[in-house]
Design a protein around this ligand. Structure first.
Ligand SMILES: [Zn+2]
Length: 416
């Protein structure tokens, strides 16, 4: 039977603190651990997998056969070891790909991403306020991409959204920047493409991508902040992704900073994102240069690099407000790492120090978290959308099992 990966119940397998679970989920969890070890150490032999996981050779072999059947893993090079042994090395199957969709208010980026997180193709689709018409354009683009990759096995479609997705209904419930009426995006795309669709807020998806492709082993408290038309956050606390009631956790972008501040897309005034988003930077520039032409955020970044003093000041103000909002997050959640995603990561030499300087004004006794740009920030959201599909089924079941975890058995043991 072909197992389909699930996006829900996203728990990261941390290889520095692996506990083999007991009960009926053990086999599936061990399978995830083996898959993550292959991802982190590929190419790798079965013997090394056994050594690193602490699992029996025969158990590893069984799991590997299953992963090969499911097309997650393939056999590649043959290693040459002393005493004439030539084990076949295992690696992730490059032919398994996902269609990743990153939706912004006015456009979507559609891409194909492989199991290693690499982009194979990418295309831009303009979006309007009509979700049905926009979705037709999206599925046309996806169909063209699928036709262009006849040899690849497409596992599903992952969509990162500028809003929150109800984990139960999988419908978009809060996307003030998108201006779409209620619309069952998932159902329409699944029907048109005949593939499973997984959706999540862009920040949560980015966070999942960092956990999946960058590893971040040993780090149990991370907040990821996306800075674009709005400001979104994804929260990983005590080693778990936090979704909250109806998937609404992490809306720090709509926390009030100043009740007399600018009107926000959510209808209120003075939310953090009205001061820290890329739109805010454009407003700061306009205030400094009222007669200047209207520019895009990309242009603003370039202008600052070319020495435009007003552009630099506008970005500096945005960075300071990002740092100021981070203080809320640091106070409330005490993450050890804050990751920042979005176009601003391409000018990190400018943003990083300014954000840190502002955030450092608060230290409640604890150390300031590391504040880092996402790995390959420009494609972080696409990799996030891909990671939604590449999450394995066991992760969901593991979460469902979480309540039963106290029921330990003698099979349960700690890995070396
Ligand atoms: Zn708001």
């Amino acid at each position: 039977m072909q197992l389909r990966p699930h996006a829900r119940g996203m728990r990261h397998i941390d290889l520095t603190d692996v506990q083999l679970a007991s009960s009926e989920t053990a086999r599936r969890i061990n399978r995830d651990i083996v898959l993550e070890l292959i991802r982190a150490n590929q190419p790798i032999s079965r013997a090394d997998l056994s050594r690193q996981s602490g699992l029996q050779r025969s158990t590893v072999s069984q799991i590997v056969e299953q992963l090969i059947r499911e097309k997650w893993v393939c056999e590649g090079a043959v290693a040459s070891l002393p005493r004439g042994r030539h084990p076949t090395l295992l690696e992730l199957n490059e032919d398994l790909v996902v269609i990743a969709v990153d939706i912004h208010p006015k456009e979507a980026i559609v891409a194909t991403v492989d199991l290693k997180g690499r982009l194979l193709s990418r295309s831009m689709v303009p979006l309007t306020s009509d979700p049905a018409a926009s979705t037709r354009l999206l599925t046309d683009c996806m169909l063209r991409m699928r036709q262009a990759l006849p040899r690849k096995s497409i596992e599903g479609i992952g969509i990162s959204l500028p809003g929150r997705v109800d984990p139960e209904t999988q419908r978009l419930i809060f996307a003030p920047n998108l201006h779409w009426p209620d619309f069952d995006l998932k159902k329409v795309i699944e029907k048109a493409m005949g593939l499973p669709v997984k959706m999540a807020n862009a920040a949560t998806a980015c966070l999942l991508a960092e956990l999946t492709f960058r590893r971040m082993d040993g780090v149990r408290d991370i907040v990821l902040v996306t800075v674009s038309e709005g400001v979104g956050t994804g929260v990983f606390a005590n080693g778990q992704l936090i979704s909250g009631n109806r998937g609404m956790a992490g809306e720090f972008g709509h926390v009030l900073l100043d009740p007399s501040g600018p009107r926000c897309s959510c209808g209120r005034r003075g939310c953090w994102e009205t001061f820290a988003s890329c739109r805010a930077a454009l407003r700061y520039y306009k205030e400094l240069q009222p007669q200047g032409r209207t520019v895009t955020f990309h242009e603003l970044l370039n202008m600052a690099e070319e020495g435009d003093e007003f552009a630099a000041q506008a970005l500096e103000k945005q960075a300071a407000y990002i740092g100021r909002g981070l203080r809320l997050i640091i106070t409330g959640l005490a993450p050890s790492v804050i990751l920042v995603a979005g176009d601003i990561t391409s000018a990190w030499h400018r943003f990083g120090p300014a954000i840190e300087k502002e955030a450092a004004k608060l230290t409640l006794g604890g150390a300031l978290p590391q504040i880092l740009p996402t790995h390959e920030g420009d494609i972080a959201r696409l990799r996030g959308a891909a990671a939604l599909v590449f999450q394995r089924g066991a992760v969901r079941e593991q979460l469902l099992e979480a309540g039963k975890e106290s029921r330990q058995s003698e099979e349960e043991r700690k890995l070396p």
